[in-house]
Design a protein around this ligand. Structure first.
Ligand code: XIL
Length: 338
């Protein structure tokens, strides 16, 4: 069996999202197929900084450290995911004393201390960070359901960047000047949400605060096609930024399909292989000049995928290149043969 990481070595690192369990249960596959890792959940605020305060007792680095150490042992890169997000952040972060909401100023202080703690701990070990995740709504405006946006989403200095986003990137830049800093989101390969992402990336790059844009890549057999992704990559790259596909999977269910078959829908695996073939051809071509500098799968094999619980809780999906028994699927062949 060829290796994904080997096949793509001339182009970009190939990554997978992992946790403390899958680095054991999927170890063989990971070691043979990828040369980059990201923590699926273990660097998110609720896991790594579950308790109020900033002393050592407030943090829980154990699971993240295990992943970073596994990567080091095997010569793999590590992406950091994610510093600031409205989800998987504990309630205490947004609480003041008593029942009141935290003040804008205190929230920005917490943000700064959190980012400094993580970037210092993983300096030289995590080469890039998703500094802010999913700040945009579908229409390209700032996401209204984010407490970050509600409490610290003003634009005090009129630079076109909500204060919490500017503070996050500034803090990350100062804490680890060598780290590559990314804005990461989904559905930014086209449409109005891309307009929002482009405007944000442009404003951040004007101040030298951003290095790349992460296109999550939670896609399906229905699309998007490679050419759509190519246009997105080129547009962000025109700002002098690099692009990574950060959370790739291709669901066998087109968006809106809520059926729950026990087996993949007829023809689903062939459609999936064709979708992956089309995307990776574009990825290889866009590696030219560093426009696209990484592709990370959100998992590695179909025995562990978040899509088993999203968007339909408990529905099996088969979105990755290896089946549940870790055998290569048609989609794998499509990605490594050209
Ligand atoms: C998902 C994880 O895969 C799940 O295990 C968790 O329950 C929820 O989060 N966009 C992101 C990722 O940026 O962090 C999400 O990961 C998937 C969507």
């Amino acid at each position: 069996m060829p290796s994904l990481a080997e096949a793509y070595r001339p182009y970009f690192p190939i990554g997978a999202a992992v946790d403390g369990r899958t680095i054991v249960t999927q170890e063989e596959l990971l070691l043979s197929q990828v040369n980059s890792l990201v923590a699926e959940n273990d660097m998110k605020w609720e896991r790594i900084h579950p308790r109020a305060g900033d002393g050592g007792a407030s943090y829980d680095f154990a699971d993240a450290d295990r992943i970073v150490e596994f990567a080091r042992q095997h010569g793999m890169k590590v992406r950091g995911h994610t510093l600031i997000w409205h989800r998987q952040t504990p309630a205490w972060v947004f609480q003041g004393s008593g029942a009141v909401e935290v003040s804008r100023q205190e929230l920005l202080e917490r943000l700064r201390r959190h980012i400094e703690a993580l970037l210092r701990r993983y300096q030289g070990k995590v080469y890039c960070w998703d500094v802010v995740n999913e700040a945009l709504a579908e229409d390209g405006s700032w996401r209204a359901d984010s407490p970050w946006q509600r409490i610290a989403g003003g634009d005090g200095d009129g630079d076109g960047i909500p204060d919490f986003i500017a503070a996050a990137f500034r803090t990350a830049r100062a804490a680890d000047p060598a780290a590559k800093l990314f804005y990461n989101d989904y559905n930014i390969e086209s449409g109005r949400k891309q307009e929002g992402a482009f405007a944000l990336a442009e404003a951040l790059s004007r101040q030298g605060l951003i290095d790349g844009v992460g296109i999550q890549g939670h896609w399906s057999v229905a699309g998007p096609d490679g050419e759509t992704v190519r246009r997105a990559v080129r547009r962000f790259a025109s700002l002098g930024l690099t692009v990574q596909v950060t959370e790739l999977d291709v669901s066998v269910f087109p968006g809106g399909d809520r059926s729950s078959p026990a087996q993949p829908p007829p023809g689903g695996m062939d459609l999936q292989a064709e979708r992956y073939r089309d995307l990776f051809r574009v990825f290889r071509e866009e590696a030219d000049g560093g426009r696209l500098s990484g592709v990370t799968f959100w998992g590695i094999a179909d025995d562990h995928t978040w899509l088993d619980d999203f968007p339909v809780k408990g529905r099996k999906d088969w979105p990755l290149l290896f089946d549940a028994a870790h055998r290569p699927k048609k989609a794998f062949q499509a990605v490594v043969s050209w």
